[in-house]
Design a protein around this ligand. Structure first.
Ligand code: 5AD
Ligand code: SF4
Length: 448
């Protein structure tokens, strides 16, 4: 490959989960430290980072078509962008990407992206490099300080997964569970708040598996970390995602009843309502143990909004087993949830199991499940009408004078009135839609 000139502009395109969004922001900060600036909207960037997701679909194929599109778009304006492939597809298929896509000069896994600047130096000289090492934790120590300016921010506290659900690639692409040290997290949270964040969402593939020693050396779980972060002045709201039922403890449940800044929302994937399927998935819970766990959260925080993940059409799933999933949904009445068709991932045990389900059957089941979930989400929104709550203003709405923000239950709320991005305002929830609520501004700044 011929040497290029040093890139002046970059674009990071993140796909998939919130952790990829966080990683994308941190890669942008690394590039920003090099004096490279975000490419203006509508302009081809000199350097493009494709921060990929491998969890479902033929994600790898999508990467190749994105690369092809970037090359063409570059040619049209007479430039050859430097292309880096990052994220979970990079981790899983790094060598293949290097072999199949000569336009790519950097492949960097989710645990190695702190080395992106060095790789960039080599790429500028015309060398190609792949780095899919998985050094535990080293990455975070070599990243620049946070300079997030929006009112909401992500903070990765834990990465990786040891659970090995039989359908999932995460344990292979993100590696074993590791927790970032307590003191690093307190410092990063403080920096985010100094930079304007009023809400922090703690991230981890198994966020509630986080553990560490606090500043006095005492062992803490996620609840202890949340309580410590809640002490930061200027921070108003704390959320966390995603949790695993097996890592839940009493301290976290209790925190929902006691820590005012901890928002009344829980995302707890269940995947299926049928115990045989759960066992084949290597989930360590049953439908019943999951429901009892939710009951304990509801006892601690009666208004808690519940969310979950579902997979339909796991190999061998019968109609009766799918009906068990619908019954579980009826019982929980989720405020919001995510549902997916099973997608065989190369290298996972489920991909070669007997009883792979036909696409049409999956489509039909997904439709029925989503109808039930949408019904419950709308019902949850309708039941919120009349409530007066805080809304953190995140952005301007579509129409002049309109604002958009989130309720404590993570509902999107839009309203009109005099305020600014980052304000915590008091709003009366006045009208419910399936995906959002209309609010009436009651007070421009919330009363403490
Ligand atoms: N097929 C379909 N959905 C999957 N998920 C993870 N792996 C797969 C797969 N192979 C879903 C699970 C998980 C969410 C992040 O993605 O529901 O909780
Ligand atoms: Fe994947 Fe299961 Fe780990 Fe979640 S808990 S990341 S679904 S293996």
């Amino acid at each position: 490959m011929k040497p290029s000139t040093a890139p002046k502009t970059y674009r990071v395109k993140s796909f998939g989960c919130q952790m990829n969004v966080y990683d994308g922001e941190r890669m942008a900060e690394l590039l920003g430290d090099r004096g490279i600036t975000p490419a203006p909207e509508g302009e081809e960037a000199d350097l493009v980072v494709l921060n990929t997701c491998h969890i479902r679909e033929k994600a790898a194929e999508k990467v190749y078509s994105d690369i092809g599109r970037l090359v063409k778009a570059g040619e049209a304006v007479g430039k050859k962008p430097l292309i880096a492939v990052a994220g979970c597809v990079a981790q899983a298929e790094g060598e293949e990407i290097m072999a199949r896509a000569p336009a790519v000069s950097m492949v960097v896994g989710p645990q190695a992206y702190h080395r992106l600047p060095e790789m960039l130096d080599r790429a500028v000289k015309g060398e190609r490099a792949a780095d899919t090492d998985m050094p535990a934790i080293a990455k975070f120590d070599s990243l620049p300080q946070r300079r997030k300016i929006g009112p909401t921010a992500f903070l990765t506290v834990q990465e990786g997964c040891d659970k090995f659900c039989t359908y999932c690639v995460v344990p292979y692409t993100r590696g074993a569970e590791i927790s970032r040290p307590f003191s690093d997290l307190i410092i990063e949270a403080q920096k985010l708040v100094e930079a304007g964040a009023r809400e922090i969402t703690l991230l981890g593939q198994n966020v509630n598996a986080w553990s560490g020693g606090d500043d006095k050396g005492r062992a803490q779980g996620l609840a202890g970390l949340i309580r410590a972060i809640a002490k930061i002045d200027g921070l108003e709201r704390i959320r966390y995602t995603t949790s695993h039922p097996a890592d839940m403890d009493e301290a976290l449940i209790a925190a929902h009843g006691e820590v005012e800044k901890l928002m009344p929302y829980l995302h707890l994937p269940v995947q299926s309502g049928a115990d045989r399927v759960l066992k084949a998935m290597n989930r360590s819970h049953t439908a019943e143990s999951y429901l009892r766990l939710l009951e304990r959260f509801r006892a601690a925080r009666p208004d808690i909004a519940l969310s979950g993940d579902f997979i339909v059409g796991f190999p061998g799933e019968t109609e009766a087993e799918f009906a068990d999933t619908l019954s579980l949904v009826d019982e929980v009445r989720y405020a919001q949830a995510y549902s997916f068709k099973y997608s065989p991932r190369p290298g996972t045990p489920a991909a070669t199991m007997d009883g792979q389900i036909a696409r049409e059957v999956m489509d039909e089941r997904l439709q029925r499940l989503q109808a039930a979930l949408n019904r419950d989400q709308f019902a949850f929104n309708q039941a919120s009408v009349g409530k007066i709550c805080d809304v953190l203003v995140e952005r301007k709405g579509k129409h002049e004078g309109q604002w958009l923000g989130k309720s404590p239950w993570l509902q999107s709320v839009w309203f009109e009135g005099d305020c600014a991005i980052g304000d915590m305002v008091t709003v009366e929830l006045a009208e419910a839609g399936p995906n959002s609520l209309k609010g009436l501004l009651r007070q421009s700044a919330a009363v403490a």
